[in-house]
Design a protein around this ligand. Structure first.
Ligand code: ATP
Ligand code: MG
Length: 721
């Protein structure tokens, strides 16, 4: 594309940003105003019009998915590969830096990344090893503390506790945890950033090298950078290179994880020459959606303030559905998606967003029932599934015997008769001798310190791993993975579990082999086991099995940042859900929650549905929530409420046939929606739905004990209670 093509169709402000002379820039603008688009075209412009080599560009985005998309779009514009451009998330880039300079960073070559689960498990062990009471010093709390300190760039020796006993103890846990990680070559997510920062501080020649290399550094979603990320960027900046940031203070939603929206102000102070550009035209959403989102966010104070407008027409009103319970809500959403599909639309153009991951299960079930394919981003991540973690733990231990977390996970998976007692013994020995668990196990065997049966079992485990190592030595990556899954006994173990779940686990294990193969194809030079393991730890479910299939997109509101869809559902818009309970209880967090609502609403292009449930089952108990305050903050004219002309409740069949007609024939059965009934076999439950009439009428009952079932009324002998 010639350079005019890169600015055609942009508005004046956008063009100014894309075609600006080489300089640092700050692009501050609201949702859907084209920030990401400008960033992409700016990169293409720098390469095409300013002759900057892709090698000299570093781009930072928030998710791996966004990074892949950005690279793809630049390549599309330029019709050439930009392989040498560095583009990724802060974590991904820091990881790359540490792999390249592992020795300078004080890490072993095969260092491994600890994901959140492994980190928590390790912290638990540390807390126990320090003889601390887990109830008083919850490992989860310690994890927050450690990550929080790291996000601020602090090592234990930097932390001043001023004699505060609580801080003193957490600091000790941090210290002991870090020593364990260092001894075993393990790096948690926060450590990636902190170490990459320290790498440059300690090795100025490396910093200099990267300063000279990266002439242009561009950062999307800047409002969600934390202190250590900002410090890293700040170090990279130098007299001869330029930093451009793109962000929206109204979309800062990671404050709870240490992100600092104040970094925007800091950037202005630190880079006084940066050229500031504001964009005000929204190209994404209909007039109604934009008006509603603007009205909601206007309830926040202390905003930098902006005035987003659109040329688009008003479009459809936002639809609000008050569901009877979460099952009804799910069925309603799935019903609308079916209509969307029947109208000739693609599933991938629809998205269901929710506040917490746990909400997905009921929605998933409703989609499965209707045989509608879906994909989940984040949350239920492929690499976090139990069987995958088991297989990866084998690969990790094979790759690095010092990986205690992996050792613990698989020493008795599949079961080998190694009980908690033997495990305790190994742990204790490791602790006392300052060794890894692997070494401790070997030594305990050599010194004949384990009881007879346990000794045999531990020995056979150690032998198994050593044999496996030989077995896979000369194989390519995907064959290694295949052999390990089979020879370890994992495949057999899950196969003998039977049932659908076990089947899914087997399929997942097989998919892991496929993932290895794909990895080999995309990263031919880097495709050894340890590179793949890092990839697996960093990959956040953005590579699911259903990759090429048209599917509904499901994700938390947090993961939806930066994305857009023609049809969007936000479920669970209730007080206590969204805003979440914690937010309503802790002061100062409501504004962030409202920003999250703004992010969610502004994902929608044409149609937005908000749904809430009058009752919702949480941890097995029915809870009753009021509609969210955010609904009240939307101007009345923007919303149309979906109601049925029934006084009893709102059947899920809404829209397919007239509710009142069905209601009448249903009423002849003497049953009502929402009624509590008793069944001789299934016990008590609540009527959720019905279909058919007379002899054929069926009801769906959600039984307290056995879940939901469809029953023929004539035979069910339901008793009203
Ligand atoms: P967010 O804050 O949600 O990340 P954003 O500011 O990054 O939003 P983009 O995703 O870049 O916005 O753009 C929103 C939509 O508007 C995209 O579909 C984009 O292609 C489109 N768009 C942006 N600028 C223009 C333009 N000048 N003409 C037509 N469409 C545009
Ligand atoms: Mg964007």
């Amino acid at each position: 594309m010639d350079i005019h093509g890169l600015i055609d169709g942009l508005n004046d402000k956008q063009r100014e940003a894309v075609a600006a002379p080489q300089q640092s820039m700050l692009l501050l603008a609201g949702a859907g105003s084209g920030k990401t688009r400008v960033l992409v075209q700016r990169i293409a412009w720098l390469i095409q019009a300013e002759n900057i080599s892709p090698h000299s560009i570093l781009a930072v985005t928030f998710t791996n998915k966004a990074a892949a998309e950005m690279r793809h779009r630049v390549e599309d514009l330029l019709q050439t590969s930009v392989q040498s451009m560095w583009i990724g998330t802060f974590h991904g880039l820091a990881h790359r830096m540490l792999r390249l300079h592992y020795a300078d960073a004080g890490l072993p070559e095969g260092f491994q990344i600890l994901d959140a689960d492994d980190q928590l498990r390790l912290i638990k062990r540390v807390v126990r090893a320090l003889d601390l009471d887990e109830k008083k010093w919850p490992p989860k709390q310690a994890m927050w503390y450690i990550n929080g300190q790291k996000d601020e760039g602090l090592r234990p020796h930097h932390i001043e506790t001023w004699g505060n006993q609580q801080d003193e103890i957490y600091k000790r846990i941090y210290q002991a945890y870090q020593e364990t990680c260092d001894r075993s070559g393990l790096v948690d997510f926060a450590e990636l950033l902190l170490r990459a920062h320290e790498l440059w501080l300690k090795h100025p020649h490396l910093l200099r090298h990267y300063q000279q290399r990266f002439k242009h550094v561009l950062v999307d979603e800047f409002q969600d950078t934390n202190s250590i990320q900002y410090a890293w960027l700040r170090l990279l900046a130098d007299a001869d290179n330029f930093i451009s940031i793109v962000g929206d203070d109204d979309q800062s939603i990671y404050g709870w994880r240490g992100a600092k929206v104040e970094n925007i102000q800091r950037f202005l102070d630190d880079f006084p020459d940066a050229h500031m550009i504001r964009l005000e035209q929204n190209y994404r959403s209909s007039g109604t959606i934009l008006k509603a989102a603007n009205a909601v966010i206007a309830h926040n104070s202390g905003r930098l303030g902006k005035n987003l407008w659109t040329q688009a027409g008003d479009g459809e009103p936002i639809k609000l559905y008050s569901a009877f319970n979460e099952l009804d809500e799910a069925r309603f959403i799935v019903g609308r998606i079916k209509e969307w599909l029947e109208q000739g639309n693609a599933l991938k153009d629809s998205a269901i967003l929710y506040r917490s991951n746990a909400q997905s299960r009921v929605l998933e079930e409703a989609l499965i029932t209707e045989q509608i394919p879906y994909r989940i981003y984040g949350g239920l991540r492929f690499f976090e599934r139990q069987e995958i973690k088991d297989a990866l733990a084998y690969l990790r231990l094979l790759n690095n015997r010092q990986d205690d977390a992996a050792f613990e996970r698989i020493i008795n998976t599949p079961t080998r008769g190694i009980g908690e007692k033997s495990l305790q013994q190994i742990r204790q020995y490791a602790r006392e001798h300052q060794q890894t668990m692997w070494q401790a196990a070997e030594n305990l065997i050599a010194e004949k310190l384990l009881a007879g049966r346990a000794a045999n079992s531990v020995r056979s485990f150690v032998n198994k791993i050593n044999e496996l190592e030989h077995e896979i030595e000369d194989l390519v990556l995907y064959r290694q993975c295949d052999v390990v899954i089979k020879s370890s006994g994992l495949h057999f173990m899950y196969q003998s579990e039977k049932g659908e779940k076990a089947q899914a686990r087997i399929e997942n294990l097989e998919e892991l082999v496929t993932a290895c193969r794909q990895f080999e194809n995309t990263e031919p030079e880097l495709s050894d086991l340890s590179a793949f393991l890092s990839h697996a730890a960093l990959e956040s479910g953005e590579n699911q099995a259903e990759r090429n299939q048209d599917a509904v997109q499901m994700m938390t509101l947090h993961s939806a940042k930066g994305l857009e869809f023609p049809l969007v559902f936000i479920g669970g818009v209730e007080e206590g859900m969204f805003p979440s309970l914690q937010t309503t209880e802790e002061s100062g967090r409501m504004e962030e929650e409202r920003r999250l609502c703004y992010v969610g609403m502004t994902r929608a292009k044409q149609q937005l549905y908000l749904t809430y449930a009058e009752s919702r089952r949480i941890y097995g108990k029915d809870q009753y929530h009021a509609p969210s305050r955010f609904i009240r903050e939307i101007p009345a004219g923007c919303v149309s409420e979906i109601r049925l002309n029934s006084q009893i409740s709102r059947p899920a069949a809404v829209g397919r046939f007239s509710a009142s007609v069905v209601e009448d024939s249903f009423n002849q059965t003497g049953l009502q929606l929402g009624q509590r009934v008793m069944h001789a076999k299934f016990g008590e439950g609540t009527i959720l739905n019905y279909e058919g009439s007379g002899q054929n009428s069926r009801v769906q009952v959600n039984f307290d004990q056995v879940g939901s079932k469809w029953l023929v009324v004539a035979f069910a002998r339901l008793e009203v209670i």
